[in-house]
Structures are given as structure tokens and as C-alpha cells.
Design a protein around this ligand. Structure first.
Ligand SMILES: *Cc1c(COP(=O)(O)O)cnc(C)c1O
Length: 672
């Protein structure tokens, strides 16, 4: 497994260290707890500001997501440049067009805004440091390969000569066909064979600036051979394994033993081989990538410092260096805490651009070298914000905690013990009583297993246990300090909200690497969320759940939600999930791709640019080689036989076949 990031400590941008893990008394979710215990008449109504604080939407959502007076999440796809949409209204309008939940909504204006911001930050840094070169970013296609998104990206990036980065042969195919922007770069990374390299070199004849980045020492000879046979002089780069390491989840992407890149001795060998082939002038780019979601600016600085030195040294060795490509890693603040926590980052895009520009300028000025064109391969920072997954809650389950009925004469001793424990719980002894209750419950189960307790008695004992837990939890919530052994109580007592989604399909990183995405209701935000819940998805997998949520301090294990009202849909949104999730999602339990729509802001509202229907059952069954006609035929034959043997009526057999056939063309998720 991947290295676990350090949890519980977040340091702010100014370097001051926050308390680890523990909720402070002023913490919004704790305040929310307290108001729960107060009778409705006494507490003031819940405000939008309280919702903002609780879900931290201003931290991670600014400037795209906020809450309006109606208590709905609103989307401002152009950021500060005006125009907004009510997300709840939008979802209702889309549902009326038969676009069922779960629904992935992409806001192309957000994508454009991200590109603008990144380019503006570099432009500002270039002006500020009087840098004599330009910035030409590229989008790493692996981050989100969806055609509409890549096409939008190329279109929005045109004014900035924004290019694409391919990390594999199929991605190169996309990039070659899609990127037609004059002057934009096409960075060719990843493992390469002869065919890949030839295509990249030949792309130059189409007017593309395709740069073949050598990542493996074996690739040098292939490039030399291919270019001499084609008679075309390629533009070549080298990916360096830096010794500065990233931190956290992707920290191992760099360092001497990293999977990709050339070590310093290998880079020297490459230089010599190119020199011997008379191709040293082809070597024009230095690239590094130290991992994704770099949460600390110190790491960014270390890496650019080392890379700048390698860059100037390569120039000194005779390479005609022109480009410095700093790779990906520009982080996203998923929890809005602005810290170096793994779900956050302690810098902004401007800090990032400033540090890169300043460092490179300094290294080049010292050696009296012209500065390079700067390239970043920022994927996460560009694609995350543009999509929102909206899903509904199908049902909930609570711990059974009605106030216990009084003790009857002759009840089992263990039931008596639990009842007395319940009665005696107080602020003075709640910790001890929790241990007693737990022990009695375990005893009750042993007694049952040995036949000394009936099923109704066991049910009574379990209900008493849950009542004890609830009473203790109400006391715990009033305390400023929660004893360690009671920390899990909130989680044990949490409601389970069953949600219409597959974590494996829509948020694979939440399951695979515990990544945090902001999740919150998109409506009812003027109401107090009185429930504490974890989310359980549609799959039959016990890992198909979400029980880690963003928080200002560390991570919280329950999410504050509203009680669901029968007949009224309750919509939740998962935000910032536009990078990596879609393509890494899988078909666990055969839940397919969700419906997706592309929304563009217009002067009078919005326009639906594209609708990409989610997978049907026929499609997902096809992935595992079931032919739907064969399946229908099998059912037909079975009903025929049952009819002959008079086990089924004609009407029943028709109903079964109809349902079966209709389902095949349907969405794999549940319809509300
Ligand atoms: C994954 C990857 C990126 C994108 O990284 P982000 O952190 O998403 O910006 C860029 N370059 C390379 C070589 C990568 O492998």
C-alpha cells in the first residue's frame, strides 16, 4: 500500500501549528451538537452562515460554490466574473429532462476559469520578476480524458497556447488529433516504443511542437535511430529523477528509486549519446514530476531549486536548452484549511508561480543564460473544480435507541444490569458506565450463544445497550474534552445514509487511498442538520462507504445531515472530483458510468452543451461478455418450460420477460 500521509497536524501558511486532531470547543460541528440537545423553542433558527462554517464551503468552494438565501448551493462558474446558478434548481430541471441521479454535472466555464487563473498567475509572476521568457502550460490528459472536456480545454487554452501532455500511446492519439493550437506544446511522456516515438517525431511535420521526453535510458537509442531513419530532427527532453522528494501520498514519485525518469549519471550518458549522434541540439527540455497534490510550498521550492541547477548544467554541457517543465503537483485545497495537510495545500497558485519564476530566473541570471519557456503539467488544479456529482439518499438507518421500557419482575439478570447501568449514567460516571454497558452487552451475546438468553431477551439487552450509548453520547457532546476510549462513540451511533452511487465508480480515490472530497447537502441549508451520518453506497461491498469527511482540524468521521422527509428527495453533492475519478472508476457490482451533462453559462441562465448518458445494463453486461439477446433468450426458454409444466401463468411469464427486457436498456442505478 501507499505510504499513509501524516494525519492530525495541519500547519497554516504562516507556519503556526494547529492543534492536532482534537476538536476545539468553538468548533462548528461541536456547536451544532450542543444545539441538538436544546429544545427547539430555545435555540435561534439555523443560519446560512452556520451551514457555510459547518461544511467549510468558503474554504474549498471559493469562488465557485456558495450558499444562497434559499439555502441552496449556488455555482458561479466564472468565479468572480459574475453569473451564478442555483444547483438545486438545476438538478430539478435536469431530472425533468429524464436525467436521473447520480448525475455528474460539468461546468465548462469553471474549466475556462481555472485555465485563466493559472495563466494569469504565471503572467503576473513573469512581470513581477521581469522574467525574459514565457509560460506555456500543458494539460496532462491522464487527469481526465473525456472528449468534451479535452476539446473544451484546448479551445479555452488557445489564447495562452496551452498544450497537452500524453502519458501513454492512447493519450498521444488523443493529443495528436485534438491539439491544433499554433505554438502550443505537445509533451510526450510515459513508456515509449518505436511506434510512439515515430508518431511524435512525425507530428512536427504537421506543425506541432511535439517534445519527446526520455524517461528510460533505453529510449535514447530508439529516438536516435528513428530520427536518423526519418531524417527529421526531433525536439527531445529528459525527465530527471530529482533527489528532492514530494511528501505525502505521492511522495515516492520522486527520489533516486522513483519509477520514472533518468538518474543524473543516466542523463550524462544521454547527453553523450546525443552528442555522438550529432543530435545534442535536439535536447531542449528538462522535465521533472515529484508527485501529485504537493501540499507544502517548501517542497515545490526544493524541487525547482534542484531542477534549475540541472537545467543550467545541461546548457553548459552544450545542449540547446529552451524549456523547463515542472510537471504536475499543483495542489487542490479539498478541506479548505490552507494547511500542509494531505487534503489541503499551504500555498496558492500565485505563490506557486512566483516561486518557480523567481528560482529559475535567479539560476539563469547567475550563469548568464537566457531563461527557458516554463511549462507546468497541472492536471488536478485545472480539472478538479469543474465537476460536481449529485446523488440522492435512498434511506437511512439509525441505532435503535428509544427510551427503554421500565424493568419487569423476573427479567434476566443481564437485562437488569443493563437497565441499572442506563439509569445511573451521569456526568460523573459516564466513562465507567460506557465500559460497563459494553461489557454487559458482550455478556448478553455469550449468554445467547450458549442458549441462556432468548431472542426477545437478547433484543431487549441490545436496545438497552444502544440507549446507554445514546445517553452517554449526549453527555460526551457537552464536554470540552473527549476521553480517547469514547471517541468512537459518535461513529458507532451515527446514522447510516444509503446513497444512490457507487464509491468504486464515482470516487475511487476515496476508497483506494482515503482521499477526501467535500460532501454536503445542496439544499435545506437554512435548516439545522441534526443527524450525524456515514454514507453507504449501493454496492454489496463493505468498503463501499464514506466515513471520512473534511474538517478544519484533521478529519471527521461523521457528516452532519438533515433527517430525510418521506416523499421529499434529499440531494447531496460531492465536489472537486473532476480529476482522476472518472477514468479510475470501476464497474464493481456492475454499476456503470453515471449520467453526465455539460453546462455552460449564458446571459439568461444556462445551456446544456452535451448530455452523456450513463451506461445501460446492456452495456455493462457487454463489458463482461454477456450478450443481452442471449440473456433474454435464456429467460424466454426458462419461462416457456415453466409454462409447459404449468409452474407459471402466461401473464406472469409476460411480466417477467417485459421487466427483464426493459431493464436491459436502463440505467444501472436506482430510480427514485
Ligand atoms: C500525473 C502527472 C501529472 C499531473 O499531476 P497533477 O498533480 O494532477 O497536476 C503531470 N505530469 C506527469 C508526468 C504525471 O505523471
Amino acid at each position: 500500500m501507499l505510504e499513509q500521509p501524516e494525519k492530525g497536524t495541519k500547519s497554516l501558511v504562516d507556519g503556526s501549528l494547529k492543534k492536532d486532531g482534537k476538536l476545539e470547543p468553538t468548533h462548528p460541528s461541536l456547536n451544532a451538537e450542543k444545539t441538538v440537545a436544546v429544545s427547539p423553542a430555545e435555540h435561534s433558527p439555523w443560519t446560512i452562515e452556520q451551514s457555510e462554517e459547518l461544511y467549510r464551503i468558503n474554504g474549498w468552494g471559493d469562488p465557485y460554490f456558495s450558499i444562497n438565501a434559499a439555502g441552496h448551493v449556488t455555482v458561479s462558474p466564472r468565479g468572480d466574473r459574475g453569473g451564478s446558478l442555483d444547483l438545486y434548481e438545476l438538478v430539478n430541471a435536469l431530472r425533468q429532462r429524464n436525467l436521473n441521479l447520480p448525475l455528474l454535472i460539468r461546468f465548462s466555464d469553471i474549466l475556462e476559469d481555472r485555465i485563466e487563473r493559472l495563466n494569469a498567475a504565471f503572467a503576473k509572476a513573469i512581470a513581477r520578476y521581469n522574467y525574459g521568457g514565457v509560460y506555456k502550460g500543458v494539460f496532462p490528459v491522464k487527469c481526465n480524458q473525456q472528449r468534451h472536456l479535452v476539446e473544451d480545454l484546448v479551445r479555452f487554452g488557445r489564447p495562452h497556447q496551452f498544450g497537452l501532455e500524453a502519458g501513454s500511446k492512447p493519450e498521444l492519439m488523443i493529443a495528436l488529433a485534438t491539439l491544433k493550437t499554433p505554438g502550443a506544446l505537445l509533451i510526450c511522456n510515459g513508456y515509449k516504443d518505436r511506434e510512439y516515438i515515430e508518431m511524435a517525431i512525425l507530428a512536427q511535420q504537421l506543425g506541432r511542437t511535439a517534445i519527446v521526453v526520455l524517461e528510460q535510458i533505453e529510449e535514447v537509442d530508439i529516438v536516435i535511430q528513428a530520427s536518423s531513419e526519418l531524417g527529421i530532427h526531433p525536439v527531445v527532453g529528459v525527465r530527471a529523477k530529482l533527489s528532492s522528494k514530494g511528501i505525502g501520498r505521492w511522495g515516492t514519485s520522486a527520489g533516486d528509486r522513483a519509477k520514472f525518469g533518468l538518474t543524473i549519471p543516466e542523463i550524462l550518458t544521454t547527453v553523450e549519446k546525443l552528442r555522438a549522434a550529432g543530435m545534442l541540439d535536439s535536447l531542449q527540455l528538462l522535465h521533472y514530476h515529484i508527485g501529485s497534490q504537493i501540499s507544502s510550498i517548501a517542497v515545490v521550492k526544493d524541487a525547482i531549486r534542484e531542477a534549475s541547477q540541472i537545467y543550467v548544467e545541461l546548457a553548459k554541457l552544450g545542449a540547446t536548452m529552451k524549456y523547463l517543465d515542472v510537471g504536475g503537483g499543483l495542489g487542490v485545497d479539498y478541506d479548505g484549511s490552507k494547511t500542509n495537510f494531505y487534503a489541503s495545500k499551504n500555498y496558492n497558485v500565485q505563490n506557486y508561480a512566483n516561486d518557480i519564476v523567481a528560482e529559475v530566473k535567479e539560476a539563469c541570471t547567475e550563469r548568464k543564460l537566457p531563461v527557458p519557456t516554463l511549462i507546468s503539467e497541472s492536471g488536478r488544479a485545472i480539472a478538479s473544480h469543474q465537476s460536481v456529482l449529485v446523488f440522492d439518499v435512498l434511506g437511512t438507518s439509525d441505532a435503535p435507541t428509544s427510551p427503554p421500557e421500565s424493568l419487569q419482575a423476573g427479567e434476566h439478570l443481564i437485562v437488569q444490569n443493563l437497565y441499572e447501568t442506563y439509569q445511573s449514567i451521569s456526568v460523573e460516571n459516564y466513562q465507567e458506565m460506557y465500559h460497563d454497558a459494553t461489557q454487559f452487552k458482550e455478556e448478553a451475546i455469550s449468554l445467547f450463544n450458549f442458549g441462556y438468553l432468548s431472542l426477545p431477551e437478547r433484543a431487549r439487552a441490545e436496545r438497552l445497550y444502544w440507549s446507554c450509548c445514546e445517553k452517554i453520547l449526549n453527555i460526551v457532546r457537552q464536554q470540552e474534552y473527549v476521553p480517547d476510549d469514547l471517541e468512537d462513540l459518535e461513529k458507532i451511533m451515527a446514522s447510516i445514509y444509503y446513497v444512490n452511487l457507487s464509491v468504486f465508480q464515482s470516487a475511487p480515490d476515496s476508497w483506494a487511498i482515503d482521499q477526501l472530497f467535500p460532501i454536503m447537502p445542496i439544499h435545506r441549508l437554512t435548516e439545522e442538520p441534526t443527524k450525524r451520518a456515514t454514507l453507504a453506497d449501493l454496492t454489496c461491498d463493505s468498503d463501499g462507504k464514506i466515513d471520512q469527511f473534511i474538517d478544519l482540524y484533521d478529519v471527521k468521521h461523521v457528516l452532519e445531515l438533515h433527517p430525510i422527509k418521506p416523499g421529499d428527495p434529499y440531494y447531496l453533492g460531492m465536489f472537486l472530483n473532476g480529476a482522476y475519478q472518472e477514468i479510475m472508476g470501476n464497474l464493481h457490482n456492475l454499476f456503470g458510468d453515471t449520467n453526465a451533462v455539460h453546462i455552460a453559462l449564458t446571459p439568461n441562465g444556462y445551456r446544456i452543451d452535451h448530455v452523456v448518458k450513463g451506461d445501460t445494463m446492456t452495456e455493462v453486461l457487454g463489458y463482461v461478455q454477456y450478450d443481452s439477446e442471449d440473456l433474454v433468450e435464456s429467460i424466454r426458454q426458462q419461462t416457456e418450460q415453466a409454462l409447459q409444466e404449468k409452474r407459471i401463468t402466461l401473464q406472469e411469464s409476460q411480466l417477467l420477460l417485459q421487466n427483464y427486457e426493459r431493464s436491459l436498456s436502463r440505467y444501472t442505478y436506482l430510480s427514485a
